[in-house]
Design a protein around this ligand. Structure first.
Ligand code: PMP
Length: 441
């Protein structure tokens, strides 16, 4: 596929007028024009099967007619009042979140992004506990404010803003590259034990919270065993801290259950949401137990937080997920996708690891001795794009492929994506025959 003169022009304009740090995929950026369901259309007419969904944001598909109708209807009535007044959609969404989240999570605060949702959660945890320090996990991603960038466990995403005081990082459970050299079935969860070690060595001994993604998104879909969360939650609570589940990527059915943390049975004290909640409309939400929320009494405002347009988009997205049984579809199609990726792994030893839950599946690309191979991921992304498929990249080493289509993806679309991926892998192997001879370690 070649870039047309018009889009080359457009790309030049983009490079001139948009900040250079903006992360774009592909050497010749794709100029997107419109979308429908699992498909995206570029301005040069190329049709793409979208298996990244705007980084897990388009949860029920691009331009979903029901979500669009709700948004248009709301825009015609009222777009904004700030939090000086309340609107029905805002209260309705808060009630809906209380009904569908586990345990006694019940009180919400709305913002416009995942970054703000996490900032709010940390503020609430600090006010509720009277403690200041926070434990985050290595390889995590929390957002782009100074605090959220400091919580983020990857230097590359910190925007040079690392340094907000009171944040320490504990080991995550990265089983494919276990820092203790163990294998998952007989490891004694050394990584979870590091939580206590971190609390004892690197904090004052009293902390406000631990913040954890049930599956680390930007970190490369690193998927800890359920027992890891049980153990770290118990440990942090022993030191007075709350458990914050960052469900920005894993929430609302994506993993085959309503929330990612539910697989582990841990009851969080706070949960944060953004991305897929409103199917692409700007939103952030923090939900807390009544006891935690009761401490959040300092005057605060978020100008666009809780705006009725985003609230209606979210309410309708949640209706679609419930009525069309999309959590179950994420489980079933996720299983199909997973089996297909494991089949590819058996054929192509450059796929070192396949991991994830539901429609959140990742593959780590390696050379001999598990050496991270970001160049192979870049090539794979380019070749799948040439085949008409969009996938994501990620991971601390940039060597993870992230796959997360809209939750109403069909079996045929999963099959089509797997075939496009197989074709890209075959082409890469033809170009570099040694890739077929790696040890499948
Ligand atoms: N938490 C997680 C787990 C995320 O993946 C992201 C975004 N990638 C954020 C927080 C920050 O969200 P936003 O970009 O909306 O600020």
């Amino acid at each position: 596929q070649t870039v047309t003169a018009a889009s080359a022009d457009f790309v030049a304009k983009q490079r001139k007028y948009l900040a250079p740090g903006v992360a774009t995929y592909y050497d010749t950026p794709i100029v997107m024009s419109h979308g429908a369901g699992c498909y995206l259309y570029a301005s040069d007419g190329t049709k793409y099967l979208d298996f990244f969904g705007g980084i897990l944001t388009v949860s029920v598909g691009h331009a979903h007619p029901r979500v669009n109708r709700a948004v248009i209807d709301q825009i015609q009535k009222l777009t904004h009042v700030s939090t000086l007044y309340v609107t029905t959609p805002m209260v309705e969404l808060a009630q809906r979140l209380a009904e569908i989240t586990p345990g006694d999570l019940a009180v919400s605060f709305f913002t416009s992004s995942g970054t703000e949702a996490n900032e709010t959660a940390i503020a609430m945890a600090r006010m509720a506990t009277g403690a200041y320090e926070v434990v985050a996990l290595r390889h995590s991603y929390s957002g782009r404010s100074a605090l959220a960038a400091t919580l983020t466990g990857q230097a590359g995403w910190r925007l040079g803003m690392h340094g907000t005081p009171g944040v320490v990082h504990a080991m995550n459970a990265y089983c494919y590259r276990c820092p203790f050299g163990k294998t998952p079935d007989r490891c004694g969860l050394e990584c979870a034990k590091d939580m206590e070690e971190t609390l004892r060595t690197s904090t004052s001994g009293r902390v406000a919270a631990v913040i954890a993604e049930p599956i680390q998104g930007v970190g490369g879909f690193i998927t800890p065993p359920d027992a890891y969360f049980q153990e770290i939650a118990e440990t942090v609570r022993k030191y007075g801290g709350l458990f914050i589940a960052d469900e920005v990527q894993t929430g609302f059915g994506r993993t085959g259950r309503a929330f990612g943390i539910e697989h582990s049975g841990v009851q969080p004290d706070l949960m944060t949401f953004a991305k897929g909640l409103a199917n692409g409309h700007p939103i952030g939400a923090t939900i807390a137990t009544p006891a935690v929320a009761a401490a959040y009494t300092k005057p605060t405002i978020s100008t666009f937080g809780g705006n009725p347009v985003s609230m209606r988009a979210a309410l309708t997205t949640l209706d679609v997920i419930a009525e069309e049984n999309l959590t179950e579809n994420a489980r079933v199609q996720g299983q199909r996708l997973r089996e297909g990726l494991e089949e590819l792994q058996r054929r192509y030893p450059m796929i070192g690891d396949v991991r994830g839950k539901g429609l959140m599946q990742g593959m780590e690309f390696v050379r001999a001795d598990k050496e991270p191979a970001p160049d192979l991921v870049a090539k794979f992304a380019e070749y799948t794009r040439q085949n008409g498929l969009l996938i994501g990249k990620g991971g601390l080493y940039g060597n993870t492929v992230r796959i997360a289509p809209a939750m109403n993806v069909s079996a045929a679309q999963v099959q089509e994506a797997l075939e496009q991926m197989a074709e890209a892998l075959a082409r890469m192997t033809a170009e570099e025959p040694e890739l077929a001879r790696l040890s499948a370690d």
